[in-house]
Design a protein. Structure first.
Length: 215
């Protein structure tokens, strides 16, 4: 996608928001070459803009125009996590929860999911419901599973609504009504704009965990 000359000039002069917008325009084509072209702008902005650090993590995590490199992905996600970015918290948690052997850290994954869910990230809330229902990284607790599935369902997550019903009667009738209403709604497609995130895609590492989308 063509980048407006004024925007490009602002980016060249060190405006980190402009650098993110240039990268976002480039990545919108979703071509491998476009992701590679966006990376220098993302790196320049990443020291100040958590969105840029998150997208660098995403590029390495999913191998978008580069070889998949989970070590690099973790490094960039950590930078965005340090600035409180919910999608980075979610994706870093998924990597940590699905690493092999002694490197696996489901307990930290749960903490990261919780932080993201408290910011309204519905996939993180879904993951928390899943982990509490299965006892992954935490003691199995169906009350907490219902709480987090209920939060995700209240934000329109149909799978969370189904999971909530599968756990049996809900003590809070308002949550039950929310689950039924959410299940009746058509699934929504995620969109992501510069500075925002609304992930709904399935995660590629674990069998059920949810991650943010590729943009």
């Amino acid at each position: 996608m063509r980048v407006p000359p004024r925007l490009l000039q602002r980016a060249k002069l060190g405006d980190t928001v402009a650098q993110c917008r240039v990268a976002d325009r480039l990545m919108s084509s979703e071509r491998a070459s476009a992701y590679r072209a966006a990376m220098p702008w993302l790196r320049r902005a990443a020291s100040r803009e958590r969105w840029a650090a998150y997208h660098l993590g995403l590029i390495y995590d999913h191998g978008l125009g580069v070889r998949t490199n989970r070590t690099a992905a973790i490094s960039w996600y950590e930078r965005a996590v340090a600035k409180g970015y919910d999608s980075a918290q979610l994706n870093l948690g998924i990597i940590l929860a699905n690493r092999p052997g002694a490197k696996r850290d489901e307990a930290r994954a749960v903490r990261l999911y919780r932080s993201a869910a408290r910011q309204g990230n519905r996939n993180a809330a879904y993951n928390l419901g899943l982990y509490y229902s299965e006892g992954r990284g935490v003691a199995r607790n169906l009350r907490m599973a219902r709480r987090w599935f209920g939060q995700a369902a209240a934000n329109g997550d149909r799978d969370a609504a189904k999971a909530l019903r599968s756990l049996g009667p809900v003590a809070n009738p308002r949550l039950q009504r929310t689950a039924l209403r959410a299940a009746a709604e058509p699934p929504s497609r995620w969109t992501a704009l510069a500075g925002t995130s609304e992930p709904t895609s399935r995660q590629r590492g674990g069998p059920h965990d949810r991650a943010s989308g590729t943009r």
